[in-house]
Design a binder for this molecule. Sequence first.
Ligand SMILES: [Zn+2]
Length: 232
Amino acid sequence: MDKNKQLHEAISAADRIVILTGAGVSVPSGIPDYRSKDGLYAGKHNPEYLLSETCLQTEPDVFYEFVTQNLYYPNAKPNLIHTKMAELGEKKAVTIITQNIDGLHEAAGSKSVINFHGSLYHCYCEKCGQDANPEDYLRSDTHQNCGGRLRPDVVLYGEGISEAAIQGSIEALRAAELVLIVGTSFKVSPFCNLIDFKRAEAPVFAVNKEPIFLSQPFTMIQDDARFVFADI
Ligand SMILES: [Zn+2]
């Protein structure tokens, strides 16, 4: 049977679905996949440093300039993949666990989203802890109320994943009857280790332009997720 047809049947048969997503889902919205473009930042600093807690603390101006000029795409819109996943969430108990920090799953209307690496569109003040609008952060990283420093609630190099994100992800995978891996090479740990928490009997499908590798059986659909999700 055709793999796309197998995917459709698996989706029809499952009530609780976990979708694990990565940068490939946001590329059609005009957001580049930084990992595949390391050369872009060749120069004085590497992107791992520029996105590190060390950089934020020791060179906050360098961090601010890099993050606001390279990571924010406030005009980006959800694409067909985001909207199809949100529509699926209207009919089934879908939990999306994403590595993306662009907020586009939520913008598409998905209700159950775990931003595993945080979100650029949730900002807060390091000093007083108050939430801040991303628009305010994009104007200045100084908190008007207290003079403290604003930052996005994203997981930087050197920082740990939030306990709530880890626990929520594990619970969702333990309950899932079907797991989809979409638009990710699935190599970044601990995100890629989440798959170990799924039920043995829950089938896994991966949709990605490049093949991915798992230590357990799964169905690989090597294609553009836009084509695969078009008729879901
Ligand atoms: Zn403050």
